[in-house]
Design a protein around this ligand. Structure first.
Ligand SMILES: *Cc1c(COP(=O)(O)O)cnc(C)c1O
Length: 381
């Protein structure tokens, strides 16, 4: 591969942090998780953060903490990773797909209005590619309805919208530390919440509904104290071995975001020079986390462009085909692609280019040259 799609930006201090955990007593949830939770809470400006094994688990735990379950509907954008919808099903509720805005690919007020019903209990906006959805606009159309907002912030730890961060203006925000995400420990996630009661409930739900974690049982008590189970929980607590990888990455995030933005803007200019191509737009009010660099190929030519880029040894991916374009989702949710024209057009046209903080200018030159070469070789749009 001439230019890989993704390389992580782990440093020696991250490796040493893991080694230190391996030499300590606590392998599972303990002091490293607490440190990550404190650092993320400080970074986000949200009082409660709970580390989890994945963003998918964090979404499910949040829904269960809200009391959203059987008979309840949850609005999910039709253009997202499948986990946004499956987490709703795992919580026992019904995902209702909504089409997205054409300029950003994010869920907007119009999509929410069309998907709303008297059974709607929650909306899950996705901060697509690092750009936050407009939560104010979504909140405005929900009015006084008892509907929670749960942010799928898998792409966006670092971003803001009108100066507001994920978790600051909603009921909860779920983050992913999956292998290719901006902040990563291979597999992991977190949930940020403002309400202390909801946070307490989510903390129990993350670990079997137990009233005390292993670390709490181990520390602070001389004699043995019984724990109780007061909820039907899941098993989603992050081990300290993985949490240690995150601790020192958090202070490096803002510097890496600056590099990501510089790379992303250069791609944007390159894409804008190609007739028939498009891309998502970052609004003036948004500071994006620039998780992915996205190009929309001319209609009908995405797969040819993917193959041609891969043949030039450029790492590419598709994030994603839209949910109604996936067999199981189409069948299980009876989702007709014709009802989600924007999501399905993006699903047909999108491709992702290499974007990672250590990507060198010369490597990006290669990608841009290959992209222009490939675009010239496609039949005219
Ligand atoms: C990666 C991703 C998830 C799932 O994250 P996991 O940590 O792998 O569970 C959910 N939503 C979106 C938008 C994602 O990109």
């Amino acid at each position: 591969m001439a230019v890989e799609f993704y390389r992580h930006a782990l440093r020696e201090e991250d490796v040493q942090a893991v080694v230190a955990v391996l030499r300590s007593t606590f392998l599972t949830t303990g002091p490293q998780c607490r440190e990550v939770e404190a650092r993320l809470a400080g970074y986000l400006g949200v009082p409660h953060v709970l580390t989890m094994t994945s963003c998918t688990a964090a979404l499910e735990v949040a829904l269960r903490a809200f009391g959203v379950g059987p008979g309840d509907e949850v609005i999910v954008p039709a253009f997202t990773f499948v986990a946004t919808a499956t987490a709703v099903l795992h919580a026992g509720a019904t995902p209702v797909l909504a089409d997205v805005d054409a300029d950003t690919g994010c869920l907007g007020a119009a999509g929410v209005v069309r998907a709303l019903s008297p059974r709607t209990r929650c909306v899950i906006p996705v901060h697509l590619y690092g750009q936050m959805a407009d939560l104010d606009a979504i909140r405005a159309v929900l009015g006084s309805r008892p509907v929670r907002i749960l942010e799928d912030a898998a792409h966006c730890v670092e971003g803001t919208y009108r100066g507001v961060r994920p978790g600051q203006a909603s009921d909860a925000a779920a983050f992913s530390f999956y292998a290719t995400k901006n902040l990563t420990c291979g597999e992991g996630g977190a949930l940020a919440l403002r309400d202390p009661d909801l946070a307490g409930r989510a903390r129990r739900l993350r670990q079997h509904g137990m009233t005390a974690s292993a670390a709490e049982r181990y520390q602070g008590t001389k004699g043995y104290r019984h724990w109780d189970v007061v909820d039907l929980g899941v098993k989603a607590n992050l081990p300290d071995v993985l949490a240690a990888l995150l601790v020192h990455q958090i202070p490096r995030l803002d510097g890496q975001r600056v590099r990501r933005e510089a790379l992303a803007r250069r791609y944007e200019a390159a894409i804008d020079a190609l007739p028939g191509w498009g891309r998502p737009h970052v609004r003036a009010e948004a500071c994006s986390a620039y998780h992915l660099a996205t190009a929309w190929a001319p209609r009908g030519h995405r797969d040819a462009a993917l193959a041609a880029l891969a043949a030039r040894e450029i790492g590419v991916a598709v994030n994603w085909r839209a949910l109604p374009q996936l067999t199981w989702v189409r069948e299980a949710l009876r989702a007709d692609p014709a009802d989600f024209p924007v999501a399905c057009e993006l699903g047909d046209r999108t491709l992702s280019l290499p974007l990672w903080p250590d990507l060198a200018d010369a490597q990006q030159d290669e990608v841009v040259a290959a992209l222009h070469d490939v675009a010239r070789g496609l039949p005219r749009a």
